[in-house]
Each structure stands twice: as C-alpha cells, then as structure tokens.
Design a binder for this molecule. Structure first.
Ligand code: NDP
Length: 339
C-alpha cells in the first residue's frame, strides 16, 4: 500500500523532501475489532491549499495539523472494497475524508457518502464543482456576498478550484466579473472559457492598485478574496462605499509564519465595508440545494469545470507543490486509480 508520508513540520515553502512516498504491506482485510469499518480503494485525491497550514507545528484551527511520520489526509473519491457497515456495500463509489494512500480503512465508515452514479458526471467532480470547492464558491457568493444584478465582483485566484465557479455563478447572476491569476494561460482561460468580463495577470501587472482601477473603473462592489496580503490591501483601496468582502482564504500567506496585517484596514471603517470570513463547513445544511443547483447548471452546460489531473500516487507530492506554486490550471486532483 503506497502512502504519502508527512516527514516533519514545514517552515517556508514546501519542498519535495518534506513528504515521501512509502510502501507498506497491504492486507485487504478489515480489523477484527472495528465495528462498521469500511475498507476503500482511493481513486481520486484532492490537493487543496488548506493542507499547507496543516504542515505548521503550532497550527491551531478548525482542523488539526498533520502528524510527522503519518500519511497526510484530505478529501477523496473512493470505491468500497470491504464493508462491515450496512450503509455501504462492496462496489459503492463514495466521497471520503481519507488518507493519501492507495487503500484506507475508514473507521466506522465515518464521513463516507455514497455517490449517485446514475448522474453522468466524472467522479472527480465530487472533489471540485460538486464537492468542497464548489460548495465554498456557492456559500461565499450566495450566503455571504448576496450578489445583486449589475454589481462588479472581483475574484482573486480566479481560475482555481473555487474561483472559476465564483466567476461563472456571478456571471449567471448578472454581475460584471473581474478576476486575477498568475499566468497568461490562466487569463486566457478566464476570458475565453469561464466568461470573465476582464482579468489580469498579477505577476505582470504588479501594481495591483493600478490594475484594479483599470479593470474595475467604477470600483468594486463585491470581493471574493482568496489571496490576502498585498492583494487585499489593493482591494480595500478600490472598494465602493458599503461594499461587501467575503474572506474565503489567504493563500499568499500560508507559507508565512504569521499573517501579515494589511496596513490600510481602516478603509473598512471609512468605506463602511462589510467584511466576512467564512468556512464552508459551517453551512453544511445547504449542501442538498447546492448539489441540485450545480448539477442542473452542469447538465444545462451553463457551468464548465476545468481540472488538472496528475496520474498515480507517485505524482501526489509534485501535484501538491505545484498547486502551492500556482502551476495548477483548474482544480488540482491526483488520480490514484481509474477503478
Ligand atoms: P486554487 O485551485 O485556486 O489553487 C491555489 C492557487 O492560488 C494557485 O493556483 C495560485 O494561482 C494561487 N496562489 C498561490 N500562491 C499565491 C500567492 N502567493 N499569491 C497569489 N496567488 C497565489 O485553490 P482553491 O480554489 O482550492 O482555493 C482558493 C482559496 O480558497 C484558498 O485561499 C483556499 O484556502 C480557500 N478555501 C477556503 C475555504 C473555506 O471554507 N473558507 C474552502 C476551500 C478553499 P495563481 O497562478 O493565480 O497564482
């Protein structure tokens, strides 16, 4: 059983040597003492930015840090191999919170949810547009920002797992949609495939304040913030009075020891902004309506979803580091097995 092992706590940028692929003996059996345990074969693993802070020794948050010497874990799509749990049977496809390894025992079957395979969508979508990132876009846009037709929304990390959906959903709600991302390829994607009205490459237009003035000349009504740091400072300077900001994440800060404070936070007062941080996990009661809406949009081809699939568990470490460097184009997934 190949596993991705967390070697030790990380300071600064994650390196290949911070994780290692280890092969342990595989026994396709369930522990005798466990009740309701399920053995799954992991098919798709989701690489997500929140996994980076979990590599810090002093991380205290809504999810514990990784344990040195143990496999890392995260969202996955898996297939049931053996089950002592009546809710799951051999051959079921499930979404899971699973270890980064080929086969996992899920104690008590906790957190597993059976996927309805009669819906003809790729299984990997349950880690993206139909999974946690999609739900994050849904909650942040509709529950936090509450968009109104004609408003201007700015989305940072706009082509990523979350951002690409925020932009498309905002467009469907009649907004003027502006995004930023870190390469020309991503800017082309935003404008040509994802329906963004305007987009800029923040690595080329490095004066973010000037860029936001250029692309949002009337100012920003709504900001879906994924990046933080200098980008958030520029956003504050360009918000319209009474604007709303949803703080979804601050990926530019995850390698740093302490979150840098924006120097112009007083703009929140003078511009009377509504700024709200949110965690998708606080809104789980809305998941059924999210799935229904997203599935409808996918079937009607009103939403497209771009994925970046790396093949094999051996590619997992590289895929995770690629995500943190912005090398992913769309939702970063590791395909461990096809079936
Ligand atoms: P993405 O698919 O967008 O991948 C991360 C992207 O972040 C990279 O592709 C890169 O794109 C960008 N990035 C990396 N480093 C920097 C940097 N220093 N400055 C600016 N951009 C950078 O990830 P997700 O869509 O999964 O996540 C987006 C955000 O949403 C993250 O902040 C994440 O933590 C947050 N999140 C929050 C949740 C919640 O419940 N609040 C749930 C899920 C995600 P580029 O090429 O553009 O630089």
């Amino acid at each position: 059983n190949k596993q991705v092992i967390f070697k030790n706590y990380v300071v600064g940028k994650v390196k290949e040597s911070d994780l290692e692929i280890r092969t342990s003996q595989l026994r396709l059996e369930l522990p005798e003492d466990g009740t309701n345990d399920v053995l799954v074969k992991n098919l798709y693993l989701s690489a997500d930015p929140y996994m980076r802070p979990r590599m810090k020794e002093d991380y205290t948050s809504y999810i514990p840090p990784f344990t040195p010497g143990k496999p890392i874990d995260g969202y996955g799509v898996s297939k049931v191999v053996l089950s002592k749990n009546p809710a799951f049977k051999e051959g079921d496809y499930v979404t899971s919170f699973t270890r980064w390894e080929e086969y996992s025992v899920i104690p008590g079957g906790n957190g597993l949810k059976v996927i309805d395979t009669s819906e003809s969508v790729p299984l990997s979508y349950y880690l993206g547009c139909l999974g946690m990132p999609g739900f994050t876009a849904y909650v942040g846009l509709y529950e936090i920002l509450k968009p109104k037709q004609g408003e201007t929304i700015y989305v940072s990390a706009a082509s990523g797992a979350v951002g690409q959906l925020v932009g498309q959903l905002a467009k469907l709600a009649g907004l003027y949609v502006v995004g930023s991302a870190g390469s020309q390829q991503k800017i082309d994607l935003l404008k040509e495939k994802l329906g963004y009205d305007a987009a800029f490459n923040y690595k080329q237009e490095t004066d973010y304040n000037a860029a936001l003035k250029k692309y949002c000349p009337q100012g920003i009504d709504l900001c879906f913030e994924n990046v933080g740091g200098k980008m958030l400072e520029a956003v504050l300077d360009n918000m319209k009075t009474y604007g709303r900001i949803a703080i979804c994440g601050m990926v530019s800060q995850y390698d740093k020891d302490e979150t840098a404070g924006a120097s112009n936070l007083s703009k929140i007062v003078t511009s009377r902004l509504t700024v709200q941080g949110f965690l998708q996990s606080d809104y789980l009661h809305l998941q059924p309506q999210f799935i229904e809406k997203m599935m409808t949009y996918l079937k009607e081809r009103k939403i497209v979803y771009v994925e970046d699939l790396d093949e094999g568990l051996e590619s997992a470490v590289g895929a995770f580091i690629k995500l943190l460097k912005g090398g992913n184009v769309g939702k970063q997934i590791v395909r461990v097995a096809i079936n």
